[in-house]
Design a protein around this ligand. Structure first.
Ligand code: BG6
Length: 490
C-alpha cells in the first residue's frame, strides 16, 4: 500500500503550455511572424513514431517569404487560446489550479525584435490573461521564450548563432519584467535550454543551410548566446521584480542509465548525463564546467567567448531550476554513442519500461532519481514544469474521453514526486504538460493529445474547437483538492 503522500501546502498545482502551441491568431494584434509559424505538420513523415518535423531551412524561409511555402502550419492556429482564454482559464480554475505555466510570444511584444518601442496591443493581451488568472487565484509561471522568436532575427542574423540576438532579448525581457512585475512572481528565461542539441531551428532559430559551421558547434554556440541572454534577464529581474519573485532556468531532464555495470558503460552514461547537467551547471553555478571545455576541445568545436562573458554568467545565476520530464535514456559504451547524446529517444530499449504511442519510455521512478540528483548537485528548488502523456484518442459513444491511461501515467509520476519530497528534495510545484489539448511541438499534430480537456480539432485545423472534460479532469481536480492524498487511494 502506498503511504499517504505529503505535498506541502505551498506546493503549486497546475498545467503548462507554450504560446506557439495554444494561442493561434498568429497575425493578429500586431504580432510579427515567429520562427514557430513556419513549423509544419507533415502527414508524410508523421506516422506515430518519433518523427520530428520542426527543422526549417533557409530555402524554406525564402519560399515562405515569396508566399510559396505550402503546408499545414498548425502552430499558426493553435487552439485559439488568444480568443478563448477566459473559457480555458475557467476550466483550469474548476480543476483547482493554483498555477498556470504559459509563455509570452516574443513577436507579439516586439514584432521583429528590433523595434525601439513594444507593441501595446501585445502587452495588453497578456495583461488580460494574467488578470483573468489572478482573478481565479491562479499564479502565472511565465517562460520568456518557449521555442519561438521573431522570424526577422533568423532572417537577419541566423538566430541565436549570432550575438546580435542578445540585446533584443534583454530589451524584451526588461519590457515584460517591468510591465508585469506586480502580476507575475514566477519566471523562466528559456524553455529547455538543451533543445539545441535536438533542433537548432526550434531551440535557437538557426537555419543550418545558412552556416558552414558543424551542427554541434552551432548548437553550443547558440546555447552560449542564450546562456548570456538568460543571465542578463536574471540580472534585470533582480533589479525590477519585487521581493519574493523568482526567476529560473529550464531544462528537459532525461535520466541516463548505463546498460550494464561495466565501468565503460557507467562512464558513458556519466558523459551523456553531463550533456544534460551542462545547462543547469552553467545557469546555477555561473561558469562552464571543465568537462564541457574538454569536450569542446576534444571534439574540435570552436565556441567563441568574449572576455566579458564569464562575468555576465557569474552575475546571472538563477533562483530555481524548472524541468520537463518525460523519459529516461539507456546507453552503453560503443562507437558513436556520444554522437547520440541529446536525442529524445535513446537507441537502446530498456526492457523494464513500456513505451508511449510515440515511442517515449515511461519511467516514473526516473523522475524521483532526477529530482534527487538535481537537488544533491545544486541545492536550489526544483519546479516540475512539464510532464505528461501524449496519446491519440477520441470520445467514446457517451461523448467522453475515458483516459485511464493518462490518469495512471500522471498518478505514477506524482507519487514519485511525493517520494522525492519525502527524500528531502525541495520541489516547488507541478504543472502537467498540455492541461488542454494543444499542438504538438515535435510533430505539429493535434492528434498527439495531452489534455485533461479535449479540444475538438483535427490535424488540419478542422473542428468546432469545443472544449470538453475527459475522465482525467475530475481525477486531477481531486488530486489537487486533497493535496495529493487521493493518489494513494486510486
Ligand atoms: C517539451 C516541450 O519538450 O515537450 C513542449 O517544452 C512540448 O513544447 C513537449 O510540447 C511535448 O512534446 P511534443 O512533441 O509531444 O509536443
Amino acid at each position: 500500500m502506498t503511504a499517504r503522500l505529503e505535498f506541502p501546502e505551498t506546493f503549486l498545482w497546475g498545467g503548462a503550455t507554450a504560446a506557439n502551441q495554444i494561442e493561434g491568431a498568429y497575425d493578429e494584434g500586431g504580432k510579427g511572424l515567429s520562427t514557430s509559424d513556419l513549423a509544419r505538420y507533415r502527414p508524410d513523415v508523421v506516422n506515430g513514431a518519433d518523427n520530428f518535423t520542426f527543422e526549417v531551412t533557409g530555402a524554406e524561409l525564402d519560399a515562405a517569404d515569396a508566399g510559396e511555402l505550402e503546408g499545414i502550419f498548425a502552430k499558426r492556429w493553435g487552439i485559439d487560446f488568444y480568443h478563448r482564454y477566459r473559457e480555458d482559464i475557467a476550466l483550469f480554475a474548476e480543476m483547482g489550479f493554483t498555477t498556470f505555466r504559459m509563455s509570452i510570444a516574443w513577436p507579439r511584444i516586439y514584432p521583429t525584435g528590433l523595434e525601439d518601442e513594444p507593441n501595446e496591443e501585445g502587452l495588453a493581451f497578456y495583461d488580460r490573461v494574467f488578470d483573468e488568472l489572478l482573478a481565479h487565484g491562479i499564479q502565472p509561471v511565465v517562460t520568456m521564450s518557449h521555442y519561438e522568436m521573431p522570424l526577422e532575427l533568423t532572417r537577419r542574423f541566423n538566430g541565436w548563432l549570432s550575438r546580435e540576438c542578445i540585446a533584443p532579448f534583454e530589451k524584451f525581457a526588461r519590457t515584460v519584467l517591468t510591465r508585469y512585475r506586480d502580476k507575475v512572481r514566477y519566471w523562466l528565461t528559456f524553455n529547455e535550454l538543451n533543445m539545441n542539441l535536438t533542433s537548432v531551428y526550434t531551440g535557437a532559430g538557426v537555419l543550418m543551410d545558412r552556416t558552414d559551421r558543424p551542427v554541434r558547434e552551432v548548437a553550443y554556440q547558440a546555447t552560449h548566446h542564450q546562456f548570456l541572454a538568460s543571465a542578463l534577464a536574471v540580472k534585470a529581474a533582480r533589479e525590477i521584480l519585487p521581493a519574493g519573485a523568482v526567476i529560473g532556468a529550464m531544462i528537459n531532464r532525461i535520466e541516463v542509465y548505463p546498460a550494464t555495470p561495466k565501468p565503460a558503460d557507467v562512464l558513458q552514461a556519466m558523459r551523456e548525463d553531463q550533456t544534460n547537467f551542462f545547462y543547469p551547471d552553467v545557469a546555477v553555478r555561473g561558469r562552464y564546467p571543465g568537462y564541457a571545455l574538454r569536450y569542446f576541445h576534444d571534439a574540435g568545436l570552436n565556441i567563441e567567448f568574449a572576455e566579458t562573458d564569464q562575468q555576465i554568467l557569474a552575475d546571472g545565476t538563477v533562483d530555481y531550476i524548472g524541468i520537463s520530464y518525460y523519459m529516461s535514456h539507456l546507453t552503453e559504451d560503443r562507437p558513436g554513442a556520444q554522437d547520440e547524446t541529446g536525442l529524445l529517444v535513446g537507441a537502446l530499449k530498456n526492457p523494464h519500461l513500456t513505451l508511449t504511442q510515440w515511442g517515449w519510455p515511461v519511467d516514473p521512478v526516473g523522475l524521483r532519481i532526477s529530482l534527487n540528483r538535481l537537488w544533491d548537485r545544486y541545492q536550489v528548488p526544483i519546479f516540475v514544469v512539464e510532464n505528461g502523456l501524449g496519446a491519440e484518442e477520441a470520445p467514446g459513444p457517451d461523448g467522453i474521453i475515458h483516459d485511464q491511461y493518462r490518469i495512471d501515467y500522471l498518478r505514477e509520476h506524482l507519487i514519485q514526486i511525493g517520494e522525492a519530497i519525502r527524500d528531502g528534495v525541495d520541489v516547488m510545484g507541478y504543472t502537467a504538460w498540455g492541461p488542454i489539448d494543444l499542438i504538438s511541438c515535435g510533430t505539429s499534430q493535434m492528434s498527439k493529445r495531452y489534455g485533461f480537456i479535449h479540444v475538438d480539432q483535427d490535424n488540419y485545423g478542422q473542428g468546432t474547437l469545443r472544449r470538453s472534460r475527459k475522465d482525467s479532469f475530475g481525477w486531477y481536480r481531486d488530486v489537487i483538492a486533497s493535496r495529493g492524498a487521493s493518489l494513494a487511494g486510486d
